[in-house]
Design a protein around this ligand. Structure first.
Ligand code: ADP
Ligand code: MG
Length: 907
């Protein structure tokens, strides 16, 4: 309350002083008008040093932020609810609101209050929304995670005729300037979005409402914002792009389909809508060929715990185990490569070359990493500066980052045999605008304030006029400080204080009891009354006012010089922005290569071979996360295991390994380590194995039976089947399929039958390389019929009725599941264990194996049924292609005639 009184709004007319009677004051009228233009946002309405919220916004925000809800003034006879956040802490409140899925419109005073006063005592300071803050359009350091990209993605759809709908995704990180687009399709849209992992997705209203896509939007874990179709207009998108980048045509960026342009255009339209007057400086739109990255859908990412564990923590994920980068930009690049491993062996190979080179030269690598550790985030500082949101520390980040680039270039400069990726990075580093570094370093003081308006960031001696103004200001301040003693002596009031606030400026304050003499001669000749409070009276003097004017004048002059210096530097930075961005990207590349080299060395990883074959041969592979966890927990070594899923001969398809073995033997670990090694190899990393040859995997699937997915409200078995269906419908010969205990979520025979049929389908139809773990050892009988199916099992030793897990994969099949032994280990009461043994013996004597043998003999029927494609039905197809909502009555009638004609034709 007091803080607020001290910082009273610059307006004459604040709600607290607003008269209660008339329906709304001019300020309320202004507020309501601005609010009406931004109905879907919380409105942060600037008043003095606060952002205030009113009405429903105030109620929502006070609840969300846990701040006091007050009432100020009246509107149409009712109290106006209000709450506010101080400007200096606004970022922290914004972050909370954004995280809760809100959007915030920031409304500032866009003229000086003195200007408003000139229009009349009652006029309101002009205000305008200067920015919409949404999850996907953040740039502030405090609102962002330095090690993650913050993408805004747009999904566009083009209704297709026979070939189905075409999709495209465009995404931008305005905090770094990255801007990309890729074609997509209904079948891979979810995987593409899972790879990009946007914070916010924009889609046209129609697409948002599409029932088929509802689960995708809901399961995204991002804010999904529906927008009018105009944002996605493919016809005007190319012009919008050209206008944004100030080029005559976008042909220079590459060739894009109409739907890709629509997505990219929507991104820009939304950026323009949210940034109002500012235009982030974006890299030219880069097209990504579809299929450039290994397709990994969201469920697979979750299952393999690529970036977070199933319980949602980063600790324990693959990323946490293998990311050793030391810069934010490096971490972001690392995350992008991990999220989308390359399907081009040449790309993976070039990255591996860079690691190999840095692996061999430890002292150079250590030096590079030390330089990188000291390098600030160039890309994000650059983005803030070009958006006019930067501060002095962003200037320092630019010079610091560029200085690190110079140092790193020098470390690599003369080295022999520099591989292509490193050489390209060094070339970019060598283009560092070094004069700029010198200029910024000369201009900036050692200690920097966060905001430029605070001043004090320009180094002494950099501008003569500045030093002069500062001297004047500081001298006057000293005189003011000494005034207190003199006035206290003159008035004989020992408690007299000289104070300052934003409303009164400098003033003299005495307690009420001591005040009367100051109103009397002779003191009243010096002391001029300003304000009477409950317990104190405030005065000023001509001398104090004069000094204050001097300070203000000098302070203003000093700040003006500083802001001019700031603007000049920003302008110089803007002029070399492309070079700086090139440097930033190069530093990230070097950070990732050095980090992966360090990882390979400390973890004893090997260089994989990635090629275009269908091989999948891993010698002594390990699970990168479990290995580290075991070592940390008890120093135990991980038991390495080999795999070979490559085709037996040229031209054949890859193999399926059926892994059986008791619970806790290590089946799931083995399955996952193979998937993780493929991901790592193709992202361009050394791998936890003695040797590895990976024929490029284009799609990776991983499913665990009975995975719990309560959040999406489907039964676990339903989820399991939906996900298994996705694999059986989509996986091809280049895919790698990991199926772990599929069928476990239902009754035994059900589950066994589903697992059985799924393996047959994978073998006969998908022909993917696959690993299938199961506790149904009945399935091992399939190897007799399916030539590319190999049975392997995890070795256990039985010792005095207990099992000992050896975690070793060997050819063959488990004859038993050892469930009872495991139960015993887990501490089941002895009586229960004994009884279970007896029941098991009985069951085994009965004919549990019979149906399996019958199925084996029936197999040819099975495959015949599977290969027969369902008969085509032209009528059904024509019907399915109709879109009733999009047809005019005339089109509908024509369609009806066509359908009728079809019947006549087929009849
Ligand atoms: P399953 O799927 O067969 O039930 P898991 O793969 O979940 O078994 O493994 C159970 C535990 O055994 C793991 O948490 C891990 O601690 C340990 N383990 C698995 N594989 C190995 C291995 N190759 N070397 C050492 N320990 C392992
Ligand atoms: Mg398991």
């Amino acid at each position: 309350m007091d803080a607020r009184a001290e910082n009273a709004p610059d307006d004459e007319e604040a709600p607290e002083t607003a008269p209660a009677a008339p329906p709304s004051t001019p300020m309320m009228a202004q507020y309501l008008e601005i609010k009406a233009a931004n109905p879907d946002c919380l409105l942060f309405y600037r008043m003095g040093d606060f952002y205030e919220m009113f009405f429903g916004d105030a109620e929502i925000a006070s609840r969300a932020l846990g701040i006091a809800l007050t009432r100020r003034g009246k509107h149409q006879g009712a109290d106006i609810p209000m709450c506010g956040v101080p400007i200096h802490a606004a970022d922290q409140y914004l972050q909370k609101l954004i995280a809760l899925g809100h959007r915030v419109a920031v409304c500032e005073q866009v003229e000086d209050p003195t200007q408003a006063r000139k229009r009349g005592a009652k006029s309101v300071v002009r205000r305008d929304v200067i920015r919409l803050v949404t999850a996907g359009t953040l740039t502030e350091e405090a609102l962002l995670d330095g090690r993650r990209n913050n993408y805004l993605a747009a999904v566009a759809r083009q209704r297709g005729g026979g070939e189905g709908d075409a999709f495209a995704v465009a995404w931008v990180d305005i905090s770094t300037g990255e801007f990309r687009v890729a074609a997509s399709a209904a079948s891979r849209l979810a995987a593409d979005l899972a790879r990009i992992e946007p914070r916010e997705v924009i889609v046209a209203d129609g697409l948002f409402a599409d029932a088929a896509l509802m689960p995708l939007w809901r399961g995204m874990g991002a804010t999904v914002t529906p927008l009018s179709a105009a944002f996605f207009d493919g016809g005007t998108a190319a012009d919008r792009l050209a206008a944004y980048f100030g080029v005559a045509t976008v042909d220079g960026f590459g060739s894009f389909s109409r739907v890709e342009l629509a997505a990219a255009g929507a991104v820009l339209a939304y950026v323009e809508k949210t940034q109002i007057r500012e235009r982030p400086r974006l890299s030219p739109l880069a097209g990504e060929a579809s299929g450039e990255a290994m397709q990994i859908d969201a469920a697979t990412r979750a299952n393999l715990e690529l970036t977070q564990t199933l319980s949602g923590s980063r600790e324990g994920s693959l990323a946490a185990a293998i990311d050793r980068t030391v810069t934010g930009a490096g971490a972001r690049l690392f995350a992008r490569r991990l999220a989308g491993p390359s399907t081009d062996p040449a790309v993976s190979g070039a990255r591996l070359d860079a690691i190999a080179w840095l692996l061999g030269d430890r002292s150079r690598r250590d030096g590079i990493r030390a330089d990188l550790k000291a390098a600030p985030d160039l890309a994000r500082a650059l983005s803030r500066l070009t958006l006019d949101r930067g501060g002095p520390r962003d200037l320092a980040a630019i010079s610091g980052g560029l200085a690190a680039a110079v140092a790193i270039a020098a470390r690599i400069g003369t080295a022999p045999d520099v591989p292509a990726e490193v050489a390209a990075a060094v070339a970019a580093l060598s283009a560092t605008p070094v004069e700029l570094v010198a200029e910024i370093e000369a201009a900036l003081a050692d200690e920097l304030p966060l905001l430029k308006r605070d001043g004090g960031f320009v180094r002494e001696g950099y501008r003569a006029g500045l030093d002069e103004a500062r001297r004047l200001r500081d001298e006057s301040r000293r005189v003011i400080a000494s005034l207190q003693a003199r006035y206290a002596a003159d008035t004989a009031v020992r408690t007299l204080r000289v104070k300052h606030n934003n409303v009164l400026g400098y003033f003299i304050e005495v307690g009420s009891a001591a005040a009367p003499p100051l109103f009397q001669p002779p003191l009243n000749a010096t002391f001029i009354h300003r304000q009477t409070l409950a317990s104190a009276v405030r005065f000023t003097t001509t001398e104090l006012a004069g000094l204050e004017a001097k300070i203000a004048g000098a302070g203003e002059r000093a700040l003006a010089v500083e802001l001019e210096v700031f603007a000049t530097l920003v302008q110089q930075i803007g002029a070399t922005a492309d070079l700086i961005r090139g440097v930033a990207d190069a530093l990230a590349v070097i950070d990732v290569a050095a980090a992966l080299a360090l990882l390979a060395e400390t973890e004893n990883y090997a260089r994989p071979t990635v090629d275009r074959s269908l091989s999948f041969k891993i010698v002594d592979g390990r699970h990168p996360v479990v290995e580290q966890a075991l070592r940390a927990a008890n120093g135990n070594a991980f038991v390495a295991n080999s795999s070979d899923l490559g085709p037996a001969r040229d031209g054949a398809a890859g193999a399926i390994w059926l892994v059986t073995g008791p619970n806790m033997a290590g089946k799931s670990t083995f399955l996952r380590q193979n998937a993780l090694i493929a991901v790592m190899a193709q992202m361009g990393s050394y791998v936890p194995a003695r040797e590895a040859t990976i024929g490029v995997v284009d799609r990776l699937f991983s499913r665990v039976g009975a995975a719990d997915d309560l959040a999406r409200g489907r039964s676990t078995f339903m989820v399991e089947m939906v996900e298994t269906a996705a694999i059986l419908n989509q996986a091809g010969p280049r895919a790698l399929v990991i199926l772990d205990e599929i069928g476990r979520g239902t009754a035994t025979f059900d589950g066994l039958s589903i697992a059985w049929a799924a393996i047959e389908h994978l073998h006969e139809v998908n022909k993917s390389r696959a690993l299938f773990a199961t506790h149904y050892h009945e399935l091992t009988a399939l190897s007799a019929r399916l030539p590319r199916l190999t049975n392997v099992t995890v070795r256990v030793k039985e010792w005095k009725g207990d099992v000992i897990f050896l975690h070793e994969i060997v050819p063959g099949s488990a004859d038993r599941s050892y469930g009872i032994q495991v139960a015993r280990l887990a501490g089941l009461p002895t009586a229960v264990v004994a009884r279970a043994r007896a029941v098991l013996r009985q069951l085994e004597e009965s004919d549990r194996k019979t149906p399996v043998h019958a199925l084996i003999d029936d197999l040819p029927l099975f495959s015949a049924a599977m290969n027969a494609a369902p008969a085509a039905d032209p009528l059904r197809e024509a019907l399915a292609a109709l879109k009733p909502d999009e047809m005019s009555p005339k089109e509908a009638l024509e369609a009806l005639y066509k359908l009728r004609a079809l019947i006549d034709k087929t009849a």
